[in-house]
Design a protein. Structure first.
Length: 116
């Protein structure tokens, strides 16, 4: 068990030859500037900015990415700043009727025909 924990800890440490992480605050600021946010959105935008600052200034980038990253992503989703949260991503193809739905419609039509 101890060896497993040591391997996990070693794999989570940033490598010496890894390039430095780019700061997130400028990217978050650019994303927020591109959105049409009203005064009611300022608190959520400020929270997203704060999360980005915390991640940029963290002494342990692995910890910040693991624990603060999802919070930042969630706040950006609420503001509509991610592809998943944009209205164009929510459009989907109309649902096809399955066999059960077709049978129900046929049954309802037959029942209505008998009662008239």
């Amino acid at each position: 068990m101890r060896a497993l924990r040591a391997r996990r800890a070693a794999s989570a440490e940033p490598r010496e030859d890894a390039p430095p992480l780019a700061p997130l605050a400028p990217s978050v600021e650019a994303s927020l500037a591109a959105l049409e946010l009203g005064p009611r959105d300022e608190a959520a935008a400020a929270l997203a900015r704060r999360y980005a600052e915390v991640m940029d200034n963290a002494t342990d980038p692995v910890w910040a990415t693991r624990w603060i990253g999802p919070l930042l992503l969630r706040s950006l989703e609420e503001l509509g700043a991610t592809p998943k949260s944009r209205p164009s991503a929510k459009k989907s193809a109309p649902a096809r009727e399955n066999k059960v739905a077709q049978l129900r419609l046929a049954h309802a039509a037959a029942k209505a025909k008998r009662s008239s």
